[in-house]
Design a protein around this ligand. Structure first.
Ligand code: BES
Ligand code: MN
Ligand code: ZN
Length: 503
């Protein structure tokens, strides 16, 4: 979406639609403009009270053709900056949804309001641009025809009163657009059906992006994966006619002393479809398993943004990719595989495949002597039970690293919630015949922690955090900034983490 910046008075804005963001009545002593008396009248009728989620269309006799009042909710001085940011961005989301319902192509947005005092022009512009991109997203690639009311906005114009702020605002818009666009890129990958996105194609897309960004990318094919000794990744992929891949991305900023430092390693689960394998899943909702590569999509998108933002941070992306299928050559429950660090795994359940491919990637990560490793995976159904569609499960072996992730989560609103890795969870994963089992033999429950404990045994020798994003990757409910389907959850969180990590 094109975002323009226009300096000038609200009065002179002759646009098809203009959105104004307003506070609840009591505190609504806002600046006088051509719409003031009209707005006062609406408040008098209490048809619109400035609450969050409220929108109302007006048709003024001068100025804009249509005027959209958007509630900002309570906005006292006491409101926390992170809450304010999320309210503000959600309000923009509501404005975009309201405009789309009327098939408006060009929405102007006034950048005057209490948010400017709170965030300054640059951050305000970033939040607006980001929210506009996120809210405007729809996955329409496979629709032969799209009704006007479902089409995205073509253009938005940010109205500012003072020309002198333009440079700062431009910079904020640039950053917001990078973050928004890469989140939507991840969503596109998540939403693409598995018949069009086997491991080979996903790896090819990663390589194409890396080439465009001028960063290093290595794609290991099945033969290469065998040479690396990644028996767990091979085992998961062996039942499919679409062979597995292991993709390594590397960004080293130029002329940065930091570039010599050990890297941050991001690891993403890239199961392009998860049937469960021989331990096959029930048919209901199995179609959602096209999203099982969300971790890899988020890693690729985050690195893309890190490069475009030119963050002074050495980052490696590891993306094991496979299709988990049953078939004559599929691995069997009870098979024992060997990972690239020599450990053996009893594959007690072929549906616990994410942890298998991550085991190889986490073991591989050790060679970088990383500063930290973060993996993202749609790992367990159990995380739904624990947290629903409200937060990703956070696990790890380093409280400072986890604290940083919690901070980034609070800033972006992409929530995380820490769950335990008690010693019992490691006990449950013991195998009679191999070094470890991929599912617990004993008591039920605690599935997300069991999966994380399994991963922890492969994340040795470095600081590590794991995000179980199974419930967040593809919400079933539309939100103003996140439509149902692939959400891109994790991209904003990790970009924020990377921006702060470089400090
Ligand atoms: N990809 C699934 C997890 C999942 C479930 C993601 C539902 C999104 C929605 C994962 O590979 C899986 O099948 N996990 C099993 C693990 C079990 C066999 C220990 C699960 O959660 O049932
Ligand atoms: Mn599975
Ligand atoms: Zn899976």
């Amino acid at each position: 979406m094109e975002i323009q910046i226009n300096a000038g008075k609200l009065e002179t804005a002759k646009c098809p639609a203009l959105a104004l963001f307003l506070l609840p009545e009591a505190s609504n002593a806002s600046a006088k403009n051509v719409y003031s008396s009209l707005i006062a009248r609406v408040y008098r009728q209490k048809d619109f009270t400035g609450k969050l989620e409220e929108t109302v269309w007006l048709y003024p006799l001068e100025g804009a053709e249509r005027l959209l009042l958007v509630g900002l909710g309570e906005w006292s001085n006491k409101i926390k900056e992170n809450d304010a940011r999320q309210n503000f961005q959600n309000a923009i989301g509501h404005a975009v949804q309201a405009a789309r319902k009327l098939a408006i192509e060009d929405l102007s947005v006034s950048l005057e309001g209490p948010f400017v005092e709170k965030f300054g022009y640059r951050l305000t512009a970033q939040y607006v641009a980001e929210a506009l991109c996120l809210a405007n997203y729809r996955f329409l690639k496979y629709k032969s025809t799209v009704p006007d009311k479902e089409k995205p906005l073509q253009k938005t114009t940010l109205l500012i009163s003072d020309e002198r702020q333009a440079a700062e605002i431009k910079e904020g818009v640039r950053i917001g657009q990078i973050i928004g666009a890469w989140t939507c890129f991840a969503r596109d990958l998540q939403n693409t059906p598995s018949n069009d996105l086997p491991p080979g194609r996903l790896a090819e897309i990663a390589a194409e992006k890396a080439a465009a960004l001028k960063i290093a990318c290595t794609v290991h094919d099945e033969k290469g994966i065998r040479e690396l000794g990644m028996g767990a990744l091979l085992g998961v992929g062996q039942g499919s006619v679409n062979p597995p891949r292991f993709v390594v991305l590397e960004y080293k900023p130029q002329n940065q002393s930091r570039a010599e430092n050990s890297p941050l390693v991001l690891v993403g689960k890239g199961i392009t479809f998860d049937t469960g394998g021989i331990s096959i899943k029930p048919a209901d909702d199995m179609d959602l398993m096209k999203h099982d590569m969300s971790g890899a999509a988020v890693v690729l998108a985050t690195i893309g943004a890190v490069v475009q933002l030119q963050l002074p941070l050495h980052v490696i992306g590891l993306m094991p990719m496979a299709e988990n299928m049953p078939g004559g050559s599929a691995q069997r429950p009870g098979d024992i595989v060997r990972t690239c660090n020599g450990k053996t795994i009893e594959v007690a359940d072929t549906d616990a495949e994410g942890r298998l491919i991550l085991a190889d990637a986490l073991a591989y990560a050790q060679r970088y002597k990383p500063k930290a490793v973060i993996d993202l995976a749609t790992l367990t159904g159990a995380i739904y039970t624990a947290l629903g569609e409200t937060a990703a499960g956070l696990f790890g072996n380093d409280s400072a690293l986890m604290m940083r992730l919690k901070k980034s989560a609070e800033r972006t609103g992409e929530r995380v919630w820490e769950l335990p890795l008690f010693p019992e969870f490691f006990e449950y994963m013991k195998s009679d015949v191999a070094d470890i089992r991929n599912i617990a033999a004993k008591p039920s429950g605690g599935g997300a922690s069991k999966g994380a404990a399994f991963l922890a045994t492969f994340a040795e020798g470095y600081k590590w955090a794991h995000l179980d994003i199974a419930a967040m990757a593809h919400p079933r409910e539309d939100k103003p900034l996140v439509p149902k389907g692939g959400s891109g959850y994790g991209v904003r969180l990790l970009i924020q983490f990377c921006r702060d990590f470089g400090e």
